[in-house]
Design a protein around this ligand. Sequence first.
Ligand SMILES: [Zn+2]
Length: 245
Amino acid sequence: MIRWLVLFLVFAGPATAQETSLRPVARPEQQVAEPEADENTASDSAVATSLRPQPRTAAVAQAAETARVARVKGQICGDPDLQGDVLGTVAGRGACGVENAVRVKSVAGIRFPANPTMNCETAIALKIWVQRGAIPQVGGEGGGIRSIRTASDYACRNRNNQSGEKLSEHAQGRAIDIAGIKLNFGREITVLQGWGSGDDGKQLRGMWQAACGPFGTVLGPEANRYHRDHFHFDTASYRSGPYCR
Ligand SMILES: [Zn+2]
């Protein structure tokens, strides 16, 4: 460039050289680069994209959030697998009454139509039994479990309803009695009819066994005549370990 400028000055003569020297000449390497043309359009486009709603993704996310909120709203004992109502302290006469009481509507997705009242410790043990005992023992038979029928929950009474006996664990919301497992296709496995029969008996024994551990006391038809038609589960704890008959 400079070589061409020198050549131009030489051939143009002194007068032209004078005029030329007054005009400031920017050297190419000092020129400020102009912003590239697509720089502005790129940022416009980025803003437009980020503001554009994405209806499908938003709807799916919203549905999931609604389901989550509903489960959290209906959960009891801090566990979404336990759905029901929080009752707090239920007062009863004498030594009767329940602390941390809840009314259980469903456990691990299985309904308890009688909405039994118990404390949270018992509700959590019940969940373990439903998941490890009831559900796997029934499997897909009869379309799987529809609901679980309870015979007794919180009740201010003595053991086995006998006047001479000690206060029952039911009287403090620590016990639940299970009478039947209703299947989706309509049939019910009952403790009364099923315990002595073939297939139902095997499943019921499996369920009885699975309760021993999560619950401190597990009684069935072989415990005594009062338990021919139901399982009694309670969360009383013994130093010697669970008591299961
Ligand atoms: Zn009982």
